[in-house]
Design a protein around this ligand. Structure first.
Ligand code: SAH
Length: 216
C-alpha cells in the first residue's frame, strides 16, 4: 500500500495533533512546526500507521515504545531553551524524537543499545535525507565523550539516578532533560553552571527504563 495514500496520515490529521498539543500547553511555534513537518507514520510499523497522529505512545518492538507526541514536544521545548548547536540523545528508539530535533539544531548525536532499532532508525533518516544525525550502537549512559561538550542532552528512557557521565559532557550553561525514577518518575531539567548543577522538576512522566550492561 502506498503509505502517502493512507487517509489517517493526511495533513488534516496532523493539524488535529498540533491543535491538541497547543491546547495541552505547547507554546513554542518552532516545535509545533517541526512536529507538523515530521511524518510520524514512517516511524511506526505500517499496521499502526493509522494511529501515528494520535497523542499516544505506540509499540516499536523489543518492549520499547515511540514516545507520546506531547512528551516529545515538551522535551524539545526544554532543549531549545538552551539554544543548542550540538545535542546528544540517549535512546534513539524509532528515531522520531531524533528527526524532530534534527530539523531544529545543527547536529544531533543519538545512542541506542538495541541494534535492530538503530538500523531501522538509520534507514528512516536516509529516507528523510537527514544529514545532521550521527548514530552509535552503545550504552548511552556513558554519553558520547568524543563528541562532547553538548549544549543539550535529552534522555528518552528513565534511569533510577542521573548518570554522572552525562553531567560531565554538558557544556557551560548546557541542559540535561531526563526522566528519573523507578515506579514513579519525574522529568528533570538540569542546568550546568560551572561545577554546579541546578535541578528543576518539570512534571510526572512514564518512560521505559534506561538499561545498563550489555548492548543487544
Ligand atoms: N525517543 C524514542 C524513545 C524510544 S523508547 C522514540 O520516540 O522512539 C527508549 C529507547 O531507549 C529504547 O529504544 C531503548 O532501547 C533505549 N535505551 C534504553 N536504555 C538505553 C541505554 N542504556 N543506552 C541507549 N539506549 C537505551
Amino acid at each position: 500500500m502506498n503509505i502517502q495514500g493512507i487517509g489517517m496520515t493526511s495533513m488534516r490529521t496532523r493539524m488535529r495533533l498540533i491543535q491538541r498539543l497547543s491546547d495541552e500547553g505547547i507554546r513554542n511555534i518552532r516545535v509545533l512546526e517541526a512536529i507538523k513537518e515530521t511524518p510520524r507514520h514512517i516511524f511506526v510499523d505500517e499496521a499502526l500507521s493509522h494511529r501515528a497522529y494520535e497523542d499516544t505512545a505506540l509499540p516499536i518492538g523489543f518492549s520499547q515504545t515511540i514516545s507520546q507526541p506531547y512528551i516529545v514536544a515538551r522535551m524539545t521545548e526544554l532543549i531549545l531553551d538552551a539554544a543548542p548547536r550540538r545535542v546528544l540523545e540517549v535512546g534513539t528508539g524509532s528515531g522520531y524524537q531524533t528527526a524532530v530535533l534534527a530539523s531544529l539544531v545543527s547536529e544531533i548525536y543519538s545512542v541506542e543499545r538495541i541494534r535492530p532499532l538503530l538500523d531501522k532508525a538509520r534507514d528512516r533518516f536516509a529516507h528523510l535525507k537527514l544529514r545532521n544525525v550521527y548514530l552509535r550502537h552503545a550504552d548511552g549512559g556513558w554519553g558520547w565523550p568524543e563528541a562532547a561538550p553538548f549544549q543539550a542532552i535529552i534522555v528518552t528512557a528513565a534511569p533510577k539516578d542521573v548518570p554522572p557521565e552525562l553531567l560531565k559532557q554538558l557544556d557551560e550553561g548546557g541542559r540535561l532533560v531526563i526522566p528519573v525514577g523507578d515506579n514513579s518518575q519525574q522529568l528533570l531539567v538540569i542546568t550546568r553552571r560551572g561545577n554546579e548543577f541546578d535541578r528543576r522538576i518539570v512534571e510526572s512522566v512514564n518512560f521505559v527504563p534506561l538499561l545498563g550492561g550489555t548492548v543487544i
